[in-house]
Design a protein around this ligand. Sequence first.
Ligand code: ADP
Ligand code: MG
Length: 699
Amino acid sequence: MRDPVFDTVIEYLKGVGPQRADTIKKELHLFTFRDLLRYFPFRYIDKTQFFSIAQAKQSDLSAQIVVKMLQFEEVGTKFKRRLVAKVEDSSGQLELVWFKGIRWIKPKLQIGKSYTIYGKVTQYNGKFNMTHPDIAEINGKPETKGLQPVYHSSEKLNTKGLNSKGFETVIANCLNKVHGRISENIPEFILNQYNLINREMAFRQVHFPDDETSLAKAKFRLKFEELLFVQLELLMTKQLVQKKYKGQVFDQLGPYFNDFFENYLPFELTGAQKRVIKEIRRDMGNGAQMNRLLQGDVGSGKTLVALMVMLIAIGNDCQAALMAPTEILAQQHYETLTSMCKGMKLRIELLTGSVKKSARKPIHEGLENGDIHILIGTHALLEDAVKFKNLGLVVIDEQHRFGVAQRARLWHKNSIPPHILVMTATPIPRTLAMTLYGDLDVSIIDELPPGRKPIKTVHYYESARLKLFGFIEEQIAEGRQVYIVYPLIDESEKLDLKNLSEGFESIERRFPKPDYQVSVVHGKMKPENKDYEMQLFAQGKTNIMVATTVIEVGVNVPNASVMVIENAERFGLSQLHQLRGRVGRGAKQSYCILMSDYKLSKDGKVRLETMVRTNDGFEISEVDLKLRGPGNLMGTQQSGVLDLKIADLAKDQAILSAARRAAIELLEDDPSLKKIENRELGIQLMYQMKNRPNWSRIS
Ligand code: ADP
Ligand code: MG
């Protein structure tokens, strides 16, 4: 919509004016005609057909009926006053009831006249009635009205007369104003190939559909267009990156990798680990800068892969950095990597926010003169003071915790941008990955190290608590360790801490000293105390760790075999899956026990059932996407996915695949969209890309 008419601000529209325009801007962030036309109805009222009273009584849905007025009267006293009317058609009788607006409705009613009414029939005290129906007098032949759009409104908008009906009028006015000017932007051969209706028709029909079929076609066209643009943007960015950004060429595995592989490798690599190392190696050797996503479920052994590819970088005279989202994780990576590489001539350093100033200086120097091979840290790595001699590879662990801007800063740490490997343990549904990371190459570790037994998951209600304690006792007697996790939800942090400390006390009563050691960890503790408790647990000195979700990410204690999650219904699916991933890391059978209230929401129930049914992170992420929609999933906040106005990634997978196919075909034939038939598409795409933050460059 490049025609300047679409830039017209909405206050110039008939029926809007400055005051209403102001409220619309504040409440809905709609400024121009373009914005308004993209304010799509969220549902439709079906007035395409008439029902009989008898049919409507059988149905749970709203129905449109033609009726004759038999009688009406106001009944009840002051506060319980209501207007009751009796109507009939050939199939039976029905009562209509109004509690409000009696003054307006009553004068419209006349005995013996015909009306169309619209509403839901419900049963009250054995009688069928319809409360607050839409009602309109019929003059002549009853006419169907098609599908009526329903728009989201708000209390503030309502008071300004902008309820759904109000929007209907405003949008109808807007459509009149732009009549004939919503120009086509998709080339004709694509329209034909994918059976798409033209653009102006699609906008008209999505707001004011003639019938279900036209509505479906309009929605398909608009969703396709929206997703086509996202895909084109991603694919073009990818082309651009590959062309423009040269990367360092790592043409050998190098001495460090080989030494490690021959002398230090702690266990045989899994097939999946070997495969992804090969993929990454190939990517770092072909002259272009690597942007790769490494997906692998919790416990699949991503850390070892990270280390080995960093060793390749070092063997090619570069430095490498590993960035983790929390201090604890960075610390743990540091310990894991230094112990794995013990004996090798390698300098590995840790840099986090809590490293003292005096200790920083030698690190800064070592980085600048190239003495330090691997730097591990948190976002402290991004500070300007941190300069490398030649940074060749950055590995980012648990990528979703980093903002885009933070990642962009890494890019500039070297004259030739470093290769980037983003690791995530939060599996992303295929459709979402295609949209979020369409510009990234993806490697997947789809195999767990051998000898792991699948974690057994059960869901218990409070009544099973004694059984739970008995089970914990048995496991500890066998030498295992136990996590007990409490939810922490920001608004009621105090309450949650109370839950946690009460839980802790009851556990200590049941598992008293000196026979048992119980520790507690939560986010309000000083980092050093937290680390101390974590260390004790990691060393096997405590039996039970009572904690909030601070342990969610990455912590690795193979001897821990039981994960108890209290109030499990309060956690999201991906969080539950992450928590469960803390156990099942050793050779012993592990268990995850989900404790919950008796009262469960529908979604809560689905979440717990899903956890009990499967250990597969991808399956879980699909369910999560269906339950919550893409906007709430990790990683989506930073991308264009949230701008989607009409497509729904959870439901429109088929359309997405089609749009992606079309985008690939288009670009294969015309990489910069310069051909005459693609020009409009190309121009609009450039316009869109220019107006968006450059998130797609890295993530
Ligand atoms: P994640 O992918 O969740 O980061 P980690 O890298 O922490 O997983 O690995 C989980 C555990 O599996 C660690 O204890 C690690 O030492 C072990 N591990 C990794 N690779 C292998 C392998 N090939 N064989 C056996 N154990 C492995
Ligand atoms: Mg990890």
